[in-house]
Design a protein around this ligand. Structure first.
Ligand SMILES: Cc1ncc(COP(=O)(O)O)c(C=O)c1O
Length: 449
Protein backbone atom coordinates (compact mmCIF):
# COMPACT_ATOMS: atom_id res chain seq x y z
CA UNK A 1 0.00 0.00 0.00
CA UNK A 2 1.38 3.42 -0.91
CA UNK A 3 0.99 5.96 1.88
CA UNK A 4 0.17 9.55 0.90
CA UNK A 5 3.72 10.89 1.43
CA UNK A 6 5.15 8.14 -0.73
CA UNK A 7 2.38 8.68 -3.26
CA UNK A 8 3.23 12.37 -3.52
CA UNK A 9 6.86 11.65 -4.20
CA UNK A 10 6.26 8.79 -6.64
CA UNK A 11 3.56 10.45 -8.73
CA UNK A 12 4.93 11.85 -11.96
CA UNK A 13 3.39 15.23 -12.60
CA UNK A 14 2.46 14.62 -16.21
CA UNK A 15 1.20 11.07 -15.95
CA UNK A 16 -0.93 11.31 -12.90
CA UNK A 17 -1.79 14.95 -12.66
CA UNK A 18 -3.29 16.03 -9.37
CA UNK A 19 -1.55 14.54 -6.40
CA UNK A 20 -3.50 15.77 -3.43
CA UNK A 21 -7.16 14.96 -2.97
CA UNK A 22 -7.76 18.53 -1.81
CA UNK A 23 -6.88 19.65 -5.33
CA UNK A 24 -9.40 17.30 -6.93
CA UNK A 25 -12.14 19.16 -8.70
CA UNK A 26 -15.71 18.46 -7.59
CA UNK A 27 -17.93 17.90 -10.59
CA UNK A 28 -21.65 18.40 -10.92
CA UNK A 29 -23.34 18.21 -7.54
CA UNK A 30 -20.85 16.10 -5.71
CA UNK A 31 -18.86 17.45 -2.84
CA UNK A 32 -16.96 15.39 -0.33
CA UNK A 33 -19.39 15.81 2.52
CA UNK A 34 -22.57 15.31 0.47
CA UNK A 35 -23.03 11.61 1.19
CA UNK A 36 -21.48 8.33 2.15
CA UNK A 37 -20.57 5.78 -0.43
CA UNK A 38 -23.65 3.95 -1.73
CA UNK A 39 -21.94 0.61 -1.22
CA UNK A 40 -21.74 1.50 2.50
CA UNK A 41 -25.39 2.53 2.70
CA UNK A 42 -25.21 6.15 1.46
CA UNK A 43 -27.11 7.85 -1.37
CA UNK A 44 -25.92 6.82 -4.84
CA UNK A 45 -24.68 9.53 -7.20
CA UNK A 46 -27.20 8.29 -9.74
CA UNK A 47 -30.51 6.45 -9.74
CA UNK A 48 -31.52 7.30 -13.32
CA UNK A 49 -31.31 4.51 -15.91
CA UNK A 50 -28.87 4.53 -18.84
CA UNK A 51 -29.70 4.49 -22.56
CA UNK A 52 -30.79 1.05 -23.78
CA UNK A 53 -29.36 -0.87 -26.71
CA UNK A 54 -30.24 -1.83 -29.42
CA UNK A 55 -32.71 0.79 -30.61
CA UNK A 56 -35.00 -0.18 -33.46
CA UNK A 57 -36.51 2.13 -36.02
CA UNK A 58 -40.13 2.03 -37.12
CA UNK A 59 -39.17 2.07 -40.79
CA UNK A 60 -37.71 -1.44 -40.49
CA UNK A 61 -41.16 -2.90 -39.78
CA UNK A 62 -42.61 -2.59 -43.30
CA UNK A 63 -39.41 -3.83 -44.92
CA UNK A 64 -39.26 -6.90 -42.70
CA UNK A 65 -42.90 -7.68 -43.34
CA UNK A 66 -42.41 -7.37 -47.05
CA UNK A 67 -39.48 -9.83 -47.00
CA UNK A 68 -41.53 -12.14 -44.79
CA UNK A 69 -44.47 -12.07 -47.19
CA UNK A 70 -42.27 -12.55 -50.25
CA UNK A 71 -40.92 -15.90 -49.06
CA UNK A 72 -37.51 -14.82 -50.37
CA UNK A 73 -35.67 -15.21 -47.12
CA UNK A 74 -32.38 -16.44 -48.53
CA UNK A 75 -29.89 -14.28 -50.41
CA UNK A 76 -30.03 -16.51 -53.48
CA UNK A 77 -33.63 -15.37 -54.03
CA UNK A 78 -33.67 -11.87 -52.58
CA UNK A 79 -31.76 -8.64 -53.12
CA UNK A 80 -31.42 -7.26 -49.57
CA UNK A 81 -28.09 -8.85 -48.68
CA UNK A 82 -26.47 -7.62 -51.90
CA UNK A 83 -27.90 -4.14 -51.32
CA UNK A 84 -26.48 -4.09 -47.82
CA UNK A 85 -23.06 -5.24 -49.07
CA UNK A 86 -22.87 -2.32 -51.46
CA UNK A 87 -23.94 0.15 -48.78
CA UNK A 88 -21.50 -1.18 -46.21
CA UNK A 89 -18.59 -1.14 -48.70
CA UNK A 90 -19.45 2.50 -49.47
CA UNK A 91 -19.62 3.37 -45.78
CA UNK A 92 -16.20 1.81 -45.22
CA UNK A 93 -14.64 3.31 -48.34
CA UNK A 94 -13.80 -0.22 -49.50
CA UNK A 95 -14.22 -1.79 -52.91
CA UNK A 96 -16.11 -4.85 -51.76
CA UNK A 97 -18.01 -6.31 -48.83
CA UNK A 98 -19.22 -9.85 -48.26
CA UNK A 99 -21.99 -10.24 -45.69
CA UNK A 100 -21.73 -13.32 -43.48
CA UNK A 101 -23.75 -15.07 -40.77
CA UNK A 102 -21.58 -13.63 -37.95
CA UNK A 103 -18.25 -12.03 -37.13
CA UNK A 104 -16.83 -15.44 -36.27
CA UNK A 105 -17.75 -16.79 -39.71
CA UNK A 106 -16.30 -13.65 -41.36
CA UNK A 107 -12.97 -14.40 -39.66
CA UNK A 108 -13.13 -18.06 -40.70
CA UNK A 109 -13.74 -17.06 -44.32
CA UNK A 110 -10.84 -14.58 -44.26
CA UNK A 111 -8.39 -17.03 -42.71
CA UNK A 112 -9.27 -19.77 -45.20
CA UNK A 113 -9.13 -17.57 -48.28
CA UNK A 114 -5.83 -15.96 -47.27
CA UNK A 115 -4.31 -19.42 -46.99
CA UNK A 116 -4.09 -20.07 -43.26
CA UNK A 117 -3.86 -23.84 -43.17
CA UNK A 118 -3.37 -26.73 -40.77
CA UNK A 119 0.00 -26.45 -39.03
CA UNK A 120 0.43 -22.71 -39.67
CA UNK A 121 0.92 -20.12 -36.95
CA UNK A 122 -1.08 -16.90 -36.66
CA UNK A 123 0.06 -13.96 -34.51
CA UNK A 124 -2.94 -12.85 -32.45
CA UNK A 125 -3.74 -10.08 -29.99
CA UNK A 126 -4.46 -11.69 -26.59
CA UNK A 127 -6.60 -8.82 -25.30
CA UNK A 128 -9.72 -9.83 -27.21
CA UNK A 129 -12.95 -11.74 -27.32
CA UNK A 130 -12.46 -15.50 -27.40
CA UNK A 131 -13.65 -15.76 -31.04
CA UNK A 132 -10.44 -14.16 -32.34
CA UNK A 133 -8.33 -17.13 -31.34
CA UNK A 134 -11.04 -19.77 -31.58
CA UNK A 135 -11.15 -19.20 -35.34
CA UNK A 136 -7.41 -19.83 -35.56
CA UNK A 137 -7.86 -23.08 -33.64
CA UNK A 138 -10.77 -24.08 -35.90
CA UNK A 139 -8.42 -23.52 -38.85
CA UNK A 140 -6.08 -26.03 -37.14
CA UNK A 141 -3.42 -23.35 -36.80
CA UNK A 142 -1.64 -22.13 -33.69
CA UNK A 143 -2.79 -18.76 -32.24
CA UNK A 144 0.52 -17.26 -31.10
CA UNK A 145 -0.15 -14.39 -28.71
CA UNK A 146 1.78 -11.13 -29.02
CA UNK A 147 1.92 -9.08 -25.84
CA UNK A 148 -0.31 -6.01 -25.49
CA UNK A 149 0.59 -2.35 -25.34
CA UNK A 150 -1.10 -1.42 -22.07
CA UNK A 151 -1.58 2.22 -23.04
CA UNK A 152 -3.46 1.50 -26.26
CA UNK A 153 -4.98 -1.88 -25.23
CA UNK A 154 -3.89 -3.26 -28.65
CA UNK A 155 -1.18 -5.58 -30.05
CA UNK A 156 2.28 -4.18 -29.28
CA UNK A 157 4.15 -4.00 -32.61
CA UNK A 158 7.49 -4.04 -30.76
CA UNK A 159 6.71 -7.58 -29.53
CA UNK A 160 5.67 -9.10 -32.88
CA UNK A 161 8.97 -10.14 -34.43
CA UNK A 162 10.13 -12.17 -31.42
CA UNK A 163 7.15 -14.51 -32.01
CA UNK A 164 7.63 -15.10 -35.75
CA UNK A 165 8.71 -18.64 -36.78
CA UNK A 166 9.06 -20.31 -40.18
CA UNK A 167 5.44 -21.47 -39.77
CA UNK A 168 4.01 -17.97 -39.26
CA UNK A 169 1.51 -17.18 -41.98
CA UNK A 170 -0.59 -14.25 -40.76
CA UNK A 171 -1.04 -11.44 -38.25
CA UNK A 172 -4.48 -10.95 -36.73
CA UNK A 173 -4.55 -7.62 -34.88
CA UNK A 174 -7.75 -6.58 -33.12
CA UNK A 175 -9.12 -3.04 -32.92
CA UNK A 176 -10.35 -3.95 -29.51
CA UNK A 177 -13.05 -1.90 -27.76
CA UNK A 178 -13.02 0.18 -30.96
CA UNK A 179 -9.42 1.38 -30.38
CA UNK A 180 -7.38 1.12 -33.61
CA UNK A 181 -4.27 -1.07 -33.52
CA UNK A 182 -1.03 0.42 -34.85
CA UNK A 183 -1.64 -0.75 -38.42
CA UNK A 184 1.26 1.22 -39.91
CA UNK A 185 3.84 -0.73 -37.94
CA UNK A 186 1.94 -4.02 -38.14
CA UNK A 187 1.65 -3.84 -41.94
CA UNK A 188 5.34 -2.93 -42.26
CA UNK A 189 6.39 -5.99 -40.22
CA UNK A 190 4.02 -8.18 -42.25
CA UNK A 191 5.53 -6.94 -45.49
CA UNK A 192 9.07 -7.56 -44.27
CA UNK A 193 8.23 -11.17 -43.34
CA UNK A 194 5.81 -11.86 -46.20
CA UNK A 195 2.79 -12.37 -43.94
CA UNK A 196 -0.87 -11.65 -44.62
CA UNK A 197 -2.80 -9.36 -42.27
CA UNK A 198 -6.44 -9.76 -41.27
CA UNK A 199 -7.99 -7.04 -39.13
CA UNK A 200 -10.44 -8.12 -36.49
CA UNK A 201 -12.61 -5.00 -36.67
CA UNK A 202 -15.54 -6.76 -34.98
CA UNK A 203 -15.74 -3.91 -32.43
CA UNK A 204 -14.56 -1.05 -34.64
CA UNK A 205 -17.20 0.27 -37.05
CA UNK A 206 -16.16 3.76 -38.25
CA UNK A 207 -12.93 3.75 -36.21
CA UNK A 208 -10.11 5.27 -38.24
CA UNK A 209 -6.40 4.92 -38.64
CA UNK A 210 -4.58 7.49 -40.79
CA UNK A 211 -8.00 8.82 -41.78
CA UNK A 212 -9.06 5.46 -43.26
CA UNK A 213 -11.65 3.14 -41.79
CA UNK A 214 -10.44 0.28 -39.64
CA UNK A 215 -11.14 -2.97 -41.50
CA UNK A 216 -9.86 -1.52 -44.80
CA UNK A 217 -6.19 -1.24 -43.83
CA UNK A 218 -4.95 -4.78 -44.46
CA UNK A 219 -5.56 -7.77 -46.77
CA UNK A 220 -9.05 -8.28 -45.31
CA UNK A 221 -11.09 -6.82 -42.46
CA UNK A 222 -13.82 -8.56 -40.49
CA UNK A 223 -16.84 -7.10 -38.70
CA UNK A 224 -19.54 -8.36 -36.34
CA UNK A 225 -23.18 -7.25 -36.28
CA UNK A 226 -24.19 -9.23 -33.20
CA UNK A 227 -26.87 -7.71 -30.95
CA UNK A 228 -24.57 -5.65 -28.70
CA UNK A 229 -22.70 -4.10 -31.63
CA UNK A 230 -23.02 -0.57 -33.03
CA UNK A 231 -24.58 -1.98 -36.19
CA UNK A 232 -26.70 -4.78 -34.73
CA UNK A 233 -28.89 -7.39 -36.37
CA UNK A 234 -29.04 -10.06 -33.69
CA UNK A 235 -26.29 -11.90 -35.54
CA UNK A 236 -24.32 -11.03 -38.65
CA UNK A 237 -20.87 -10.20 -39.95
CA UNK A 238 -18.90 -8.97 -42.93
CA UNK A 239 -15.57 -9.36 -44.69
CA UNK A 240 -14.33 -6.19 -46.36
CA UNK A 241 -11.57 -5.95 -48.97
CA UNK A 242 -10.26 -4.23 -52.08
CA UNK A 243 -9.02 -7.17 -54.16
CA UNK A 244 -11.71 -8.56 -56.49
CA UNK A 245 -10.21 -12.01 -56.83
CA UNK A 246 -9.79 -12.42 -53.05
CA UNK A 247 -13.34 -11.19 -52.48
CA UNK A 248 -14.68 -13.57 -55.16
CA UNK A 249 -12.92 -16.41 -53.36
CA UNK A 250 -14.50 -15.26 -50.10
CA UNK A 251 -17.91 -15.36 -51.77
CA UNK A 252 -17.27 -18.87 -53.12
CA UNK A 253 -16.10 -20.18 -49.78
CA UNK A 254 -19.10 -18.74 -47.91
CA UNK A 255 -21.48 -20.21 -50.50
CA UNK A 256 -20.53 -23.89 -50.09
CA UNK A 257 -17.45 -23.49 -52.31
CA UNK A 258 -19.46 -22.85 -55.50
CA UNK A 259 -17.34 -20.94 -58.06
CA UNK A 260 -18.16 -17.24 -58.16
CA UNK A 261 -16.99 -14.28 -60.26
CA UNK A 262 -13.35 -14.52 -61.28
CA UNK A 263 -13.11 -17.92 -59.56
CA UNK A 264 -15.37 -19.30 -62.31
CA UNK A 265 -12.80 -18.36 -64.94
CA UNK A 266 -10.34 -20.86 -63.48
CA UNK A 267 -12.67 -23.58 -62.23
CA UNK A 268 -16.21 -24.78 -62.84
CA UNK A 269 -15.99 -27.07 -59.82
CA UNK A 270 -16.60 -26.31 -56.18
CA UNK A 271 -13.63 -25.88 -53.87
CA UNK A 272 -13.65 -26.43 -50.11
CA UNK A 273 -16.35 -24.25 -48.66
CA UNK A 274 -19.11 -23.86 -46.15
CA UNK A 275 -22.44 -22.11 -45.72
CA UNK A 276 -21.69 -18.79 -44.00
CA UNK A 277 -24.47 -16.78 -45.67
CA UNK A 278 -26.40 -13.89 -44.18
CA UNK A 279 -30.21 -13.96 -44.28
CA UNK A 280 -32.34 -11.34 -46.01
CA UNK A 281 -33.95 -10.35 -42.69
CA UNK A 282 -30.57 -9.53 -41.19
CA UNK A 283 -29.74 -7.27 -44.12
CA UNK A 284 -33.02 -5.36 -43.76
CA UNK A 285 -32.31 -4.66 -40.08
CA UNK A 286 -28.73 -3.65 -40.87
CA UNK A 287 -29.78 -1.17 -43.54
CA UNK A 288 -32.24 0.37 -41.12
CA UNK A 289 -29.57 0.56 -38.38
CA UNK A 290 -27.09 2.11 -40.80
CA UNK A 291 -29.18 5.26 -40.84
CA UNK A 292 -28.12 6.06 -37.28
CA UNK A 293 -24.57 4.74 -37.16
CA UNK A 294 -22.71 7.98 -37.96
CA UNK A 295 -24.84 10.08 -35.63
CA UNK A 296 -24.35 7.60 -32.78
CA UNK A 297 -20.62 7.38 -33.47
CA UNK A 298 -20.25 11.17 -33.27
CA UNK A 299 -22.17 11.29 -30.00
CA UNK A 300 -20.05 8.52 -28.46
CA UNK A 301 -16.90 10.31 -29.55
CA UNK A 302 -18.02 13.63 -28.08
CA UNK A 303 -19.03 12.09 -24.76
CA UNK A 304 -15.90 9.92 -24.56
CA UNK A 305 -13.61 12.92 -25.03
CA UNK A 306 -15.59 14.86 -22.44
CA UNK A 307 -15.43 11.97 -19.98
CA UNK A 308 -11.67 11.69 -20.49
CA UNK A 309 -11.26 15.39 -19.74
CA UNK A 310 -13.16 14.86 -16.48
CA UNK A 311 -11.36 11.77 -15.17
CA UNK A 312 -7.82 12.08 -16.50
CA UNK A 313 -6.55 13.99 -13.45
CA UNK A 314 -7.96 11.65 -10.82
CA UNK A 315 -4.99 9.85 -9.26
CA UNK A 316 -4.78 6.22 -10.35
CA UNK A 317 -7.16 6.61 -13.31
CA UNK A 318 -5.30 6.30 -16.61
CA UNK A 319 -7.51 6.75 -19.67
CA UNK A 320 -6.73 4.78 -22.88
CA UNK A 321 -4.36 6.32 -25.39
CA UNK A 322 -4.82 6.06 -29.17
CA UNK A 323 -2.01 4.18 -30.95
CA UNK A 324 0.34 6.12 -33.24
CA UNK A 325 -1.50 6.95 -36.44
CA UNK A 326 -4.98 6.25 -35.04
CA UNK A 327 -7.36 9.09 -35.84
CA UNK A 328 -10.64 7.95 -34.31
CA UNK A 329 -11.90 5.30 -31.89
CA UNK A 330 -15.30 3.64 -32.19
CA UNK A 331 -15.75 3.34 -28.40
CA UNK A 332 -17.44 -0.02 -28.34
CA UNK A 333 -16.32 0.27 -24.76
CA UNK A 334 -14.79 3.16 -22.89
CA UNK A 335 -11.70 1.87 -21.08
CA UNK A 336 -9.26 3.12 -18.50
CA UNK A 337 -6.69 1.52 -16.24
CA UNK A 338 -7.23 1.52 -12.49
CA UNK A 339 -4.02 1.75 -10.47
CA UNK A 340 -4.92 0.52 -7.03
CA UNK A 341 -1.68 1.93 -5.53
CA UNK A 342 -3.25 5.37 -5.80
CA UNK A 343 -6.37 4.20 -3.97
CA UNK A 344 -4.25 3.03 -1.03
CA UNK A 345 -4.35 -0.53 -2.37
CA UNK A 346 -8.15 -0.79 -2.80
CA UNK A 347 -8.59 -3.89 -5.03
CA UNK A 348 -10.14 -3.28 -8.44
CA UNK A 349 -13.06 -5.60 -7.63
CA UNK A 350 -14.00 -3.43 -4.62
CA UNK A 351 -13.66 -0.30 -6.77
CA UNK A 352 -15.99 -1.83 -9.39
CA UNK A 353 -18.51 -2.83 -6.74
CA UNK A 354 -18.51 0.67 -5.27
CA UNK A 355 -18.91 2.21 -8.72
CA UNK A 356 -21.87 -0.08 -9.53
CA UNK A 357 -23.48 0.92 -6.25
CA UNK A 358 -23.22 4.59 -7.24
CA UNK A 359 -25.37 3.74 -10.30
CA UNK A 360 -22.52 3.37 -12.81
CA UNK A 361 -22.53 0.00 -14.65
CA UNK A 362 -18.94 -1.15 -15.19
CA UNK A 363 -16.83 -4.20 -15.77
CA UNK A 364 -13.25 -5.40 -15.36
CA UNK A 365 -13.21 -6.63 -18.95
CA UNK A 366 -11.25 -9.54 -20.36
CA UNK A 367 -9.24 -11.91 -18.24
CA UNK A 368 -6.43 -14.15 -19.54
CA UNK A 369 -9.02 -16.57 -20.99
CA UNK A 370 -6.41 -18.40 -23.05
CA UNK A 371 -5.16 -19.92 -19.80
CA UNK A 372 -8.60 -21.23 -18.87
CA UNK A 373 -8.12 -24.61 -20.53
CA UNK A 374 -9.38 -23.90 -24.03
CA UNK A 375 -5.92 -23.75 -25.57
CA UNK A 376 -4.68 -26.70 -23.55
CA UNK A 377 -7.61 -28.76 -24.80
CA UNK A 378 -6.59 -27.97 -28.39
CA UNK A 379 -2.89 -28.65 -27.78
CA UNK A 380 -3.71 -32.05 -26.31
CA UNK A 381 -5.92 -33.02 -29.24
CA UNK A 382 -4.84 -35.68 -31.70
CA UNK A 383 -4.72 -33.15 -34.53
CA UNK A 384 -2.43 -30.65 -32.81
CA UNK A 385 -0.08 -33.38 -31.62
CA UNK A 386 0.18 -34.52 -35.23
CA UNK A 387 0.66 -31.03 -36.61
CA UNK A 388 3.20 -29.57 -34.16
CA UNK A 389 6.31 -31.03 -32.57
CA UNK A 390 6.39 -31.73 -28.85
CA UNK A 391 9.16 -29.15 -28.58
CA UNK A 392 7.13 -26.42 -30.32
CA UNK A 393 4.08 -27.07 -28.16
CA UNK A 394 6.20 -26.87 -25.01
CA UNK A 395 7.76 -23.59 -26.13
CA UNK A 396 4.26 -22.36 -27.02
CA UNK A 397 3.01 -23.10 -23.49
CA UNK A 398 5.87 -21.02 -22.12
CA UNK A 399 5.00 -18.16 -24.46
CA UNK A 400 1.41 -18.16 -23.22
CA UNK A 401 2.75 -17.69 -19.71
CA UNK A 402 4.94 -14.83 -20.85
CA UNK A 403 2.48 -12.02 -21.61
CA UNK A 404 3.27 -9.71 -18.67
CA UNK A 405 1.77 -6.54 -20.08
CA UNK A 406 -1.47 -8.25 -21.08
CA UNK A 407 -1.70 -9.89 -17.66
CA UNK A 408 -1.36 -6.53 -15.96
CA UNK A 409 -3.94 -4.95 -18.24
CA UNK A 410 -6.37 -7.76 -17.43
CA UNK A 411 -5.88 -6.96 -13.74
CA UNK A 412 -6.28 -3.19 -14.10
CA UNK A 413 -8.79 -2.44 -16.88
CA UNK A 414 -12.19 -0.92 -16.23
CA UNK A 415 -14.83 -0.65 -18.96
CA UNK A 416 -18.00 1.31 -19.53
CA UNK A 417 -20.34 0.11 -22.23
CA UNK A 418 -20.97 2.02 -25.45
CA UNK A 419 -24.63 2.65 -24.63
CA UNK A 420 -23.58 4.85 -21.68
CA UNK A 421 -21.79 7.11 -24.17
CA UNK A 422 -25.13 7.70 -25.90
CA UNK A 423 -26.18 9.83 -22.94
CA UNK A 424 -25.36 13.49 -22.33
CA UNK A 425 -22.74 15.53 -20.47
CA UNK A 426 -24.67 15.24 -17.22
CA UNK A 427 -24.43 11.44 -17.53
CA UNK A 428 -20.67 11.73 -18.03
CA UNK A 429 -20.47 13.97 -14.96
CA UNK A 430 -22.23 11.24 -12.97
CA UNK A 431 -19.47 8.82 -13.94
CA UNK A 432 -16.70 11.27 -13.06
CA UNK A 433 -18.38 12.29 -9.79
CA UNK A 434 -18.73 8.66 -8.74
CA UNK A 435 -15.05 7.95 -9.32
CA UNK A 436 -14.04 11.07 -7.40
CA UNK A 437 -16.42 10.09 -4.58
CA UNK A 438 -14.82 6.65 -4.32
CA UNK A 439 -11.34 8.17 -4.42
CA UNK A 440 -12.18 10.65 -1.68
CA UNK A 441 -13.73 7.96 0.52
CA UNK A 442 -11.32 5.13 -0.19
CA UNK A 443 -10.21 5.01 3.46
CA UNK A 444 -13.78 4.08 4.51
CA UNK A 445 -13.96 1.38 1.87
CA UNK A 446 -10.62 -0.04 2.96
CA UNK A 447 -11.80 -0.24 6.55
CA UNK A 448 -14.85 -2.21 5.43
CA UNK A 449 -13.10 -4.81 3.28
C1 LIG B 1 -13.16 -8.81 -31.15
C2 LIG B 1 -14.23 -9.76 -31.63
N1 LIG B 1 -13.91 -10.67 -32.56
C3 LIG B 1 -14.82 -11.52 -33.03
C4 LIG B 1 -16.12 -11.53 -32.59
C5 LIG B 1 -17.08 -12.54 -33.10
O1 LIG B 1 -18.22 -11.96 -33.66
P1 LIG B 1 -19.65 -12.73 -33.59
O2 LIG B 1 -20.10 -12.74 -32.19
O3 LIG B 1 -20.51 -11.91 -34.49
O4 LIG B 1 -19.42 -14.09 -34.13
C6 LIG B 1 -16.50 -10.59 -31.62
C7 LIG B 1 -17.88 -10.56 -31.10
O5 LIG B 1 -18.16 -10.16 -30.00
C8 LIG B 1 -15.53 -9.69 -31.13
O6 LIG B 1 -15.84 -8.79 -30.19
Amino acid sequence: MIKRRKFLTTTSAGALGLAASAALPAYGNFSKTSSDLAVLGGQPVRTKSWPVWPVWDKDAEDEILSVLRSGNWYRGQGTKVSEFEQKYADLMGAKRCLATASGTTALLVALHVLGVDAGDEVLVAPYTFIATYNVVLLSKALPVFVDTDQETFTMNPARIEERITERTKAILPVHILGLPADMGRINAIAKKHNLVVIEDACQAWLAEYGGKKCGTLADLGCFSFQNSKHLPAGEGGAVVGNDDNIMDRCFSFHNCGRPYGSVKATSQYPSRGSNRRMQEFQAVILMSQMKRIRRDADLRLENALYLTSKIKDIPGIIPYKLSNGATRSAYHLYPFRYKKEFFDGLPREKFLKALEAEGIPCSGGYGPQYRDGLIEEALNSKGYRRLFSEQRLQQYREQINNLPDNDQLCREAVWFSQRMLLGNKKDMNDIANSIVKIYENRDKLLKNI
